[in-house]
Ligand binder design. Sequence first.
Ligand SMILES: C[S@@+](CC[C@H](N)C(=O)[O-])C[C@H]1O[C@@H](n2cnc3c(N)ncnc32)[C@H](O)[C@@H]1O
Length: 280
Amino acid sequence: MNYYELIFTILEAESHHQDLLIDELASLGFDTFEETDLGFKAYIPSDDFDKAEVDERLGYYSDMVSFSYEVNLIPQRNWNEVWESNFKPIELGDKIRVRATFHEAKPEFPYEIVIDPKMAFGTGHHDTTCLMMETMLDNRVEGKKVLDMGCGTGILAILAGMLGSGSLTAIDYDMLCYKSTIENAALNNIKGVHVLCGSKEEIPDEEFDLILANINRNILIDQMDRYAEVLKAGGHVYFSGFYETPDLAIIKEEAAKVGLSYESHKVSANHWVAAKFVKA
Ligand SMILES: C[S@@+](CC[C@H](N)C(=O)[O-])C[C@H]1O[C@@H](n2cnc3c(N)ncnc32)[C@H](O)[C@@H]1O
């Protein structure tokens, strides 16, 4: 299959915003991304490329980030090689290691997560995934009934399973992520994960002790009332996928409206946040 390659150049000072563009492109069907010195490259099967749609969707970010891109049509290539050259294992302290199937195992890490990267978000290379995993390590997950909303590769649900969670439900509206979570849960021997493809309406009418939601500010705000509905009194929700300024204050305000009280947060060097809330 032929692919289109889009080569993005991003103003250096704004390069921390490139994840927003990558998320948007992923939702349009771009399935592989490579970092470059000047920005990144994005790839999409030639039949799925619609330049007008790309311009319309990325236009939304033009006030935030200055970028340009050029388009090349490229012949079939070996995508496994691309992934192998891009995906380096991630180590969080001496506890968590995220690696791909093709990396050597390091059993000295108590939580070694194996991800078949494919194209779903959540290889641990994004600040928000790391912040969520750190928040999970710092708190008690053992025995808790967990909902992972926007599960991507399933990385957070898998870590929850490794930390001894009770039942696990993982939801993503992207079919690729849904399949990827099923595959990666099996790869890590995490049994009984209830994986669903869909959005807010798929959240089952059950009570959860812990909700993990690393999506983005607007979707979190949109789904927050439902999270509050299905969270047990005293249960926690960890939110990520937004920046410290101005997003955290907005998230706190919206959370308070549905009875979720802010407890604490962590910030990455690139100003991404993971925040912990409790239902009174
Ligand atoms: C930032 S990624 C997080 C992936 C993974 N949980 C992690 O922490 O690395 C956000 C995920 O949310 C999914 N998503 C976005 N909007 C959604 C929605 N409205 N309902 C369900 N999933 C959604 C995306 O497909 C993507 O996999």
